[in-house]
Write a protein of this length. Structure first.
Length: 110
């Protein structure tokens, strides 16, 4: 097994708010790329509407065996491109889920 430390640093509430605002302003291209990411994650056994980055971050924390090790490696790799990538991705996933929940609840259909 790998001796990697936990690569995911939780965000502060202020950092989560910043990430949520950024995600709320995403345009078509960004949303389409997220949809492809979510589709790939689902095809690999992840939860619907979850990105690969979020899944890796969660697995690095809560995974067992190989999924935990893979999660750590993926998270550390993504951090090379964006500091705290996994936590930021999770905040983005959360914002998108909350926005959709608001739309559905406001519609009155559910």
């Amino acid at each position: 097994m790998s001796k990697l430390s936990n690569p995911v640093t939780p965000l502060t509430p202020a950092q989560v708010a910043v990430q949520e605002k950024e995600v709320a302003r995403e345009g078509f291209v960004e949303r389409a790329l997220v949809a492809i990411d979510q589709c790939a994650d689902t095809l690999l056994g992840g939860a619907p509407d979850e990105t690969i980055s979020t899944r890796a971050a969660i697995d690095s924390e809560d995974g067992h065996g190989i999924s935990r090790e893979v999660g750590k490696i993926v998270s550390e790799g993504l951090d090379l491109f964006q500091k705290d990538h996994g936590a930021k991705a999770a905040a983005g996933d959360l914002e998108r889920a909350q926005a959709e929940e608001k739309i559905v609840r406001t519609s009155g259909i559910a």
